[in-house]
Design a protein around this ligand. Structure first.
Ligand code: ATP
Length: 199
């Protein structure tokens, strides 16, 4: 599994549609300060479902949309799509190539798709659970993150080990099931209150 391609339109400094193609192996992106190298990494984070504007080095989600320059008007939406080679089937989906896309409008409305079919943020997150690629994964190590990992609380470091061990999806499912159980218990309590009132 590797990142084959990324397409950006209106994302941060990329006002025009651009496409970057990567080969299997190591690729370096070089360029002068402020030319948009980190914006490419932000785009990968974003398309994978990042919800924190701070993680994307902004103050609100609208900051990912091209804000305009002296000569060019701001854009109304931003879109990013990444294509991943999945011939080793590491992603739990029956396609040898997987394209994940996200689009956001200034109104805040957000859309996701997997291989061209609209989907929910949850579907994107579940696709990447335990692969190391998702939002909580370790495939994108941002500036200053190594220090954070070394000095953070043991519980935070544990999240990293959980992802590497492949147990995140079970932990998420467990917490959803526990929440449902709690709701059912509350319903049962309510029913027994009503029954005792009738009796
Ligand atoms: P460095 O080498 O200094 O880390 P870099 O190549 O990684 O720089 P980035 O941080 O990716 O550069 O890009 C910063 C540039 O992106 C700045 O010029 C900033 O004005 C521009 N930028 C960020 N958000 C937007 C936006 N919403 N609209 C237009 N330009 C933006």
């Amino acid at each position: 599994m590797y990142l084959k391609n990324i397409e950006l339109y209106g994302f941060k400094s990329f006002a025009n549609k651009i496409q970057l193609t990567f080969n299997n192996g190591i690729t370096g992106i070089v360029g002068p300060n402020g030319s948009g190298k980190s914006n490419v990494a932000d785009a990968v984070r974003w398309v994978l479902g990042e919800q924190s504007a701070k993680q994307l080095r902004g103050s609100k989600m609208e900051d990912v949309i091209f804000a305009g320059t002296e000569n060019r008007r701001q854009l109304g939406y931003s879109s990013v799509s990444i294509t991943i080679d999945n011939s080793d089937k590491k992603l739990p989906i029956d396609f040898s190539e997987v394209t994940v896309a996200r689009r956001v409008y200034r109104s805040g409305e957000s859309e996701y798709s997997i291989n061209g079919s609209n989907c929910r943020l949850k579907d994107v997150q579940e696709l990447f659970f335990d692969t190391g690629i998702g939002k909580e994964g370790y495939s994108i190590i941002g500036q200053g993150q190594i220090d954070k990992i070394l000095s953070s609380k043991p519980e935070d470091r544990r999240d990293l080990f959980d992802e590497a061990a492949g147990i995140v999806k079970y932990k998420k499912r467990k917490s959803v099931a526990e929440k449902k159980l709690l709701e059912e218990k509350q319903n049962l309590n309510r029913v027994s209150d009503i029954l005792s009132e009738i009796e």
